[in-house]
Design a protein around this ligand. Structure first.
Ligand code: XIL
Length: 348
């Protein structure tokens, strides 16, 4: 082969090679996220994936030091009938956390979703509703006393316009049910840290301000609320960094521990027919780094940690929930680290 032909074919091969590898990250997972960080780095565990997939379990073990059960602690799974609690899987996670020195964050006691039929169909007067509400909270918090360090006591109780969501709990128990949920949880485990958890707090100032003044008012009346869970199901375009910074500042100013509680960064929020490429993955990586850099600015006393909502793109709730292709997490479908894993680790 002439020199000229040889160099053309090398060039072609290089192009071909780089195309087929266009989503590869040049990033390895030799390090550990939590070892790179001064605050806890958590993950939401999909129980079956964790239990039956050693790749998922190995990554969890090495990268994360805080665990949130993605579904196992929710009412439909944990409390499927009025007198039945399914402790088995939840206890197994609690034991794993204890043996492996991982913090366990309980998610979630009171929510309008993933409720069992017995609650949805419960026929009772106000006092009877209050009774099942209190028992639900106190049985679960009491069971995990000393094992669960913190709870999302109430989840997603506000609408986007900042008003109280008309959930079944509000309908049956009245407007002040949030206060009583915190009081009951505190009574059952005075050492547990108690959080209010919600989404779009960073992108919707009306919702954020209303949630903040509602919680401040409860604190003013001596209700124990230790922190705010800012879910942060965000995407590569939004919210802007100034909005995220403002959210962290607003809550830390009023002494709330800040838990970025369900972070994932979607690549395809408007459901286009996209091909994953290096440019999109790089933008995602920058956004992950941006969240960590802004979180680093919070006074350390208020940094409760950053929890990622799942291990690999294969485990993510986003494609199923929103019926679209997406790749929001740190590891790809084969559990290989993505660019965002390395950029996040560097930024911690
Ligand atoms: C999601 C889980 O990831 C899914 O597996 C489940 O089917 C639905 O719930 N806000 C929350 C989380 O507080 O509990 C939700 O988790 C995601 C949105």
């Amino acid at each position: 082969m002439s020199i000229q032909y040889k160099s053309i074919s090398i060039a072609l091969l290089t192009i071909l090679f780089s195309c087929s590898k266009s989503t590869e990250s040049n990033c390895n997972d030799d390090g550990s996220l939590y070892n790179s960080s001064s605050y806890p780095i958590g993950v939401a565990l999909n129980y079956d994936e964790f239990k039956y997939n050693s790749k998922n379990a190995n990554i969890t073990q090495k990268q994360f030091n805080s665990i949130t059960a993605e579904n196992t602690f929710k009412a439909d799974l944990l409390h499927p009938d009025i007198d039945t609690y399914n402790w088995l899987e939840a206890d197994e996670l609690a034991t794993y956390c204890k043996l492996n020195d991982k913090r366990l964050h309980g998610h979630t006691l009171i929510w309008h979703q993933q409720l069992p039929d017995w609650i949805l169909n419960f026929q009772g007067n106000k006092a009877e509703w209050e009774n099942i509400f209190k028992l639900h909270i106190q049985t679960i918090v009491g069971h995990f006393k000393g094992q669960v360090e913190s709870w999302d006591v109430v989840n997603e109780a506000f609408n986007e316009d900042g008003t109280l969501r008309n959930s079944i709990w509000r309908q049956k128990l009245g407007n002040d049910y949030i206060q009583r949920a915190f009081e009951y949880a505190h009574e059952a485990d005075p050492d547990a840290l108690l959080f209010y958890n919600d989404y779009n707090l960073e992108s919707n100032p009306t919702k954020r301000n209303n949630v903040l003044s509602y919680l401040n008012n409860l604190k003013f009346n001596d209700v124990t609320i230790d922190g705010i869970g800012i879910q942060m199901h965000i995407n590569i375009d939004s919210p802007e960094s100034s909005q995220i910074a403002k959210t962290f500042e607003d809550f830390s100013k009023y002494d709330y521990l800040i838990h970025v509680s369900e972070l994932d960064i979607a690549i395809n929020p408007s459901n286009k027919d996209i091909e994953l490429n290096k440019q999109l993955l790089d933008r995602q990586a920058l956004k992950y780094a941006e969240v960590a850099e802004l979180y680093n600015q919070i006074p350390s006393d208020f940094q409760y940690g950053i929890t990622i909502w799942g291990v690999s793109d294969k485990d993510s709730w986003i494609p199923i929930q929103f019926k679209r292709k997406d790749y929001p997490l740190l590891f790809d479908d084969d559990y290989e680290p993505k660019t965002c894993y390395c950029k996040l680790k560097d930024a911690l």
